[in-house]
Design a protein around this ligand. Structure first.
Ligand code: AHG
Ligand code: MN
Ligand code: MN
Length: 350
């Protein structure tokens, strides 16, 4: 961190200044969200002392076991964001339907979509978890937000970001003007600019995937991972595996160090591939961050930011991280190439 202290509030305001047409609504919306994040952070930091660990006994719409902290974070974000007058509706991984703004509060021109707590299976083991958010402009003409306002392509996001409750708490965000990271100074309760203009290395040495799913992958995915385990022509060494099981944490590490995170579909029934990660709350916001940092994000066949959502809890296969790594993965998937053919193609190019 340099000698000049820049709070996240000041940073957001300065970014807004480069848009003379901006009304300040997005700035104030993000400020409200930061407050909710600080409250969630306080609770996460007390996990183990206060009674916030463990499951609630319920399942969410995707069939995941809901943890107490999932519900706490869901409630905090909703309560911090329902009355600010900047949102027309919200949608969350933890709620089956769109979340209306209560009648008594004013409505605004933005939509907030979020994963209140990411990596929740890791909570009880004190492993890094996170929060992911995505903000869209309202499209429909009425006062209240509609499903149409939520089902927008990732490329139309007005802002996106995530928080990582790690050895320190960081907030990383973009409004389409690069990616900027802030670290919470707990002694003053402020997020301070610590990682200005984050750039993702063009190629990495790390791959992150739940390899236990090997038997569920299609052959192109297996070929790709086999290829990564062989000697990388760029380094003379195979790639390294790092997998935390919290998307935010795996993504954040690869964003800084370079590398690729993969969550391909379960292809055991080739007619019905089943993806795991949610387009609106996980894949799209992190894809905007990746691209804004010079990285890439793909389903293997399509840029994630171009995927048109058909439903709130739609899932997509995800390959995200360094541009060259994602491009090579796409070559495997699209062309169905085998490692030998890829090597031959690379040799021919060299
Ligand atoms: P969430 O905790 O929000 O339900 O997300 C869990 C996600 C993501 O964080 C992680 O990358 C992935 O699930 C891990 O899945 P596996 O346990 O199947 O590897
Ligand atoms: Mn998640
Ligand atoms: Mn979650």
């Amino acid at each position: 961190m340099g000698s000049k202290l820049v709070t996240i509030q000041r940073h957001i305001m300065e970014q807004q200044a480069s848009h003379p047409e901006a009304t300040g609504a997005l700035t104030r919306l993000l400020w409200d969200l930061i407050l909710a994040i600080k409250v969630i952070n306080r609770e996460v930091r007390q996990a183990g002392l206060a009674d916030v660990l463990g499951a609630t006994g319920a399942q969410n719409v995707s069939g995941d076991r809901v943890q107490k902290l999932d519900e706490f974070a869901q409630d905090r974000i909703f309560k911090a964001m329902d009355h600010g007058g900047h949102l027309c509706c919200m949608a969350s991984e933890e709620r089956a339907e769109i979340i209306p703004i209560p009648d008594r509060f004013p409505k605004g021109k933005y939509v907030l979509l979020y994963d209140p707590l990411d990596g929740s299976s890791n909570i009880d083991a004190n492993v890094t978890i996170g929060t992911i958010f995505s903000i869209h402009r309202k499209r429909s003409s009425g006062v209240n937000g509609t499903l149409e306002d939520c089902l927008q392509r990732g490329r139309d996001q007005a802002a996106a970001g995530y928080v990582i409750y790690g050895s320190s708490t960081m907030l990383v965000y973009t409004t389409g003007q690069g990616v900027h990271g802030f670290t919470l100074d707990p002694t003053i309760g402020e997020f301070l600019l610590s990682h200005p203009d984050i750039r993702c290395p063009n190629k990495g040495k790390i791959y992150s995937v739940n390899e236990g799913n090997w038997n569920t992958w299609d052959p192109a995915m297996r070929d790709y991972v086999t290829y990564l385990k062989e000697q990388d022509p760029a380094t003379g060494r195979p790639y390294t595996t790092r997998y935390i099981g919290s998307l935010v944490a795996d993504f954040h590490r690869n964003l800084l160090y370079g590398g690729i995170f993969l969550y391909p579909a379960d292809c055991r029934d080739p007619k019905k591939p089943k993806a795991k990660l949610r387009l609106l709350y996980e894949a799209a916001p992190l894809s905007m961050i990746a691209e804004q940092a010079g990285g890439a994000a793909s389903t293997g066949r399509e840029r994630i930011l171009d995927v048109a959502p058909g439903e709130l809890h739609q899932k997509v296969p995800v390959a995200i991280g360094s541009q060259a790594d994602v491009a090579l993965y796409e070559e495997f998937v699209k062309a169905g190439k085998t490692p030998d053919r890829i090597r031959a193609a690379q040799a021919a190019r060299a």
